[in-house]
Design a protein around this ligand. Structure first.
Ligand SMILES: Nc1ncnc2c1ncn2[C@@H]1O[C@H](COP(=O)(O)OP(=O)(O)OP(=O)(O)O)[C@@H](O)[C@H]1O
Ligand SMILES: [Mg+2]
Length: 233
């Protein structure tokens, strides 16, 4: 049974009592749904994710999110003085099975052998995968991803796309992915939400069967449609 893992109603966010960064938006994500959020820089995408993650308060409106929510930031934010497995478990390091569970999460992203390494010794793509393992460790019902793939080379990004889709198919959390990459949004999501000027400018269902081919006519038709929405966002 599907249920709502994130819902905002008339969400308003103002900084310095001036500009409405988010202007009374209504938005939700269902369990098992993969939603991408696209829009020009400065339109409030990160602000929306931070509010959903409880890192920021809305100015007004309602916010309901699944209790078990994880966020992956653009940079993996590893703690330099902690080994990789401790970076995965964070404050949970006193639970008796935490190390074993960290290694299980690391093995899902292909890094089980790096559990006892230090963050400085990882490549950028490996560090990003640790960020994803950190989210998986918590088995979230809602996974918030803020441009987590943008710093990766095209080859690594492709591998991580596959990894994220496989994990999503296996565990079926609701996913909200912020991305500037329209092809990535179409490849991965069930729905693409276009944010512009603090409002939702478009909500587009991706009806192309997975696994999607970026060179197919329907892929390119949809890409044109999303770009058209973005041009007016
Ligand atoms: N703490 C803050 N104080 C004041 N203004 C802020 C604060 N955080 C964000 N803003 C402003 O709110 C707006 C939305 O920022 P946000 O980071 O949500 O945009 P974004 O859509 O994620 O952009 P990008 O695509 O560049 O990451 C921007 O104009 C930003 O300057
Ligand atoms: Mg942002």
């Amino acid at each position: 049974m599907k249920h709502t893992v994130a819902n905002v109603g008339h969400l308003l966010k103002t900084y310095d009592k001036k500009i409405n960064v988010l202007n009374e938006i209504d938005f939700s994500v269902q369990s098992g749904e993969f939603v991408s959020l696209v829009g020009p820089s400065g339109t409030g995408k990160t602000t929306l994710l931070r509010i959903l993650a409880g890192l920021e308060h809305p100015t007004s409106g309602t916010v309901q999110v699944a209790k078990n929510t994880s966020i992956v930031f653009q940079d993996p934010r590893l703690i330099a003085a902690q080994k990789i497995w401790k970076n995965v478990v964070l404050q949970d390091d006193r639970a008796k099975d935490s190390r074993a569970r960290a290694i299980a999460a690391l093995s899902e992203v292909g890094l089980a052998d790096k559990a006892d390494r230090w963050p400085f010794s990882l490549s950028g793509g490996e560090a990003q995968r640790v960020g994803i393992a950190r989210a998986l460790y918590r088995s979230p019902d809602l996974l918030l991803l803020d441009e987590p793939f943008s710093a990766l080379d095209a080859f690594t990004r492709k591998r991580i796309h596959k990894l994220v889709i496989d994990l999503w198919l296996d565990r079926r959390p609701g996913v909200l992915l912020v991305t500037h990459d329209i092809e990535e949004a179409i490849l991965l999501s069930d729905r693409i939400v276009v944010l512009g000027g603090g409002s939702i400018k478009g909500d587009i269902n991706v009806e192309i069967p997975r696994h999607r081919d970026t060179t197919s006519p329907e892929f390119n038709d949809l890409k044109r449609r999303v770009l058209e929405y973005l041009a007016h966002a």
